[in-house]
Design a protein around this ligand. Structure first.
Ligand code: URA
Length: 276
């Protein structure tokens, strides 16, 4: 048995294991080693489906230029997603879907948590190690902070909040999902929003904001403003706010004041849009 650097540990697997631990390997993500330099055979070509990009407008003060088109999406994903008429059907469709490359590395599909009847829907970035283990979004350290943040404005995943991500599988090594991986999940995310039909949509972190607002701006510019998220399957545009990601707030606690401001604006919007 040799290491990637050529040291030979023949007959001493414990020494080999110690070598890996000393080198900083603290987690195995598969039983077989994976050579990432080998190109995989391309997936069979599918005709691109006509995709309607979500229409997103800044609510005030001015309407910006139309958003750039979203990346091309897998036709079968669009068909599967649109065929789902309930959140449970959509969950089953996501679990059966094999068109996102992340799935082969993940242990669990992380679909959503909370109450799908909620008036507020939070969409984060991607599952991490804890989420992959439990099959639920935002259950690790940053998830605990998200829970505290939303609880501070009277929301909780146990009762009146619903939480998901823009991709349903953990990217290996917690890297950011690629544009292609995000695009493959996007038809399901769009349908998810349509089926939940929230009164307010909250995009947690820059990646979720960039994906769903389709704007070439970072989270620092996007947060703190209301946008309108629209698709043909929604009865009305959904007021949408981007929020700093809790993982970022853990690294930069001085930014929490802005998150607090945004949470108060979300609470206010929920009370303004409360059903009579
Ligand atoms: N970060 C996310 O964006 N989503 C999760 O589910 C967990 C961490």
């Amino acid at each position: 048995m040799t290491t990637p650097l050529g040291e030979d540990f023949a007959g001493d697997p414990a020494a080999l294991l110690r070598w890996y631990v000393d080198a900083g390997v603290d987690e195995t993500i598969g039983d077989e080693p994976l050579n990432r330099y080998v190109t995989r055979p391309a997936a069979p070509a599918v005709a691109p489906a006509p995709v309607v990009a979500p229409v997103v407008q800044r609510a005030a003060p001015a309407t910006p230029a139309p958003p750039p088109a979203v990346a091309p999406v897998d036709a079968s994903a669009t068909q599967l997603a649109q065929a789902a008429q309930t959140v449970d059907e959509l969950r089953a469709a996501v679990e059966a879907f094999t068109g996102c490359g992340l799935k082969q590395f993940a242990s669990r599909t992380v679909f959503a948590d909370g109450n799908p009847q909620s008036r507020v829907m939070f969409i984060g970035e991607a599952p991490g190690a804890d989420e992959d283990r439990q099959g639920l979004p935002f259950v690790g350290v940053s998830g605990k902070l998200l829970d505290r943040m939303i609880e501070s404005v009277g929301l909780s995943r146990e009762t009146n909040a619903y939480i998901t991500n823009v991709v349903f599988w953990r990217p290996p090594g917690n890297r950011a999902p690629s544009d292609e991986e995000i695009a493959s999940c996007l038809p399901f995310v769009t349908r998810h929003i349509e089926l939940v039909d929230p009164a307010v949509l909250v995009l947690v972190g820059g990646l979720a904001a960039k994906t769903l607002l389709a704007k070439p701006l970072g989270i620092t510019k996007l947060r703190g403003h209301w946008y309108e998220y629209e698709t043909p399957g929604l009865p009305r545009p959904v007021p949408t706010m981007a929020l700093f990601h809790p993982a970022y707030l853990l690294r930069s606690p001085q930014q929490k004041r802005y998150a607090w401001r945004d949470l108060l604006a979300i609470r206010q919007k929920l009370s303004e849009t409360a059903p009579a």
